[in-house]
Design a protein around this ligand. Sequence first.
Ligand code: ATP
Ligand code: MG
Length: 259
Amino acid sequence: MVDSLADPLLRVEKLVRRFGGITATDNLSLDVMSGELHAIIGPNGAGKTTLISQLTGQLAPNSGTIHFAGRDVTRQPAYRRSRLGLARSFQITSLLPDFSAIDNVAIAAQAHDGHSFRFWGNARKEIHLRDAARSALTRVGLEARADVPVSELSHGEQRELELAVALATKPQLLLLDEPMAGLGVTESARMVALLKELRREVTIVLVEHDMEAVFALADRITVLVYGRVIACDVPDAIRNNEEVKRAYLGDQHVVVAHV
Ligand SMILES: Nc1ncnc2c1ncn2[C@@H]1O[C@H](COP(=O)(O)OP(=O)(O)OP(=O)(O)O)[C@@H](O)[C@H]1O
Ligand SMILES: [Mg+2]
């Protein structure tokens, strides 16, 4: 459960990011508490991916601050934030298609450990990486597919593999950008079940357009419109918020509670 008295694991204050004349994140403030699954929703172009990229360090804000686990990480490079326990999955796949599932996870774990590829030949190191990779694959239900090349995995399996890649870095905070994108009904249901498991172990920020998934999973929901937070609350309050309905949820067909 969310402990409102605790310090937030992630604190974003007055974040601004402009692209030319567009303000993609507009004075955005947000707290993510340790242990919560915090969903971020909003129309296309609302600034969700831009926010995630600033959290990971792939994109620098024009102003504002980001604190993670009590530290100011606003100016820290992505690799250092990753070592502090921030992990991201991408809206567009970032897997290596010719490599096997387990190699994709092992390579990510190795990059996270800060070693270059010349250590790949070190047998003990390699065994350790493969064990860690295998256990990440097991957590997402892909252990039987470990040796299959990514190009032969289904779309749903590739999404699960991306989660395993993120988990291999042992994150404290997992940032997921549309993990359900392009999934069919059965695959989406599998992903929701998987995220229900993972949320017990790791704090999650979930950007997602699939409202059925969001309302099934979220402890709290932040709604972004034109880079601004228009609401941040528990799912029931968001569902009944008139401004949110006008700006976003009114267009969505599925706003059903799944407990
Ligand atoms: N690299 C960029 N250069 C110029 N403009 C950008 C860039 N990245 C994003 N934008 C603009 O910033 C705004 C926010 O985009 P962003 O991708 O963050 O939205 P989003 O909420 O993730 O949308 P979606 O739901 O479609 O993924 C949009 O107007 C977009 O066109
Ligand atoms: Mg996006």
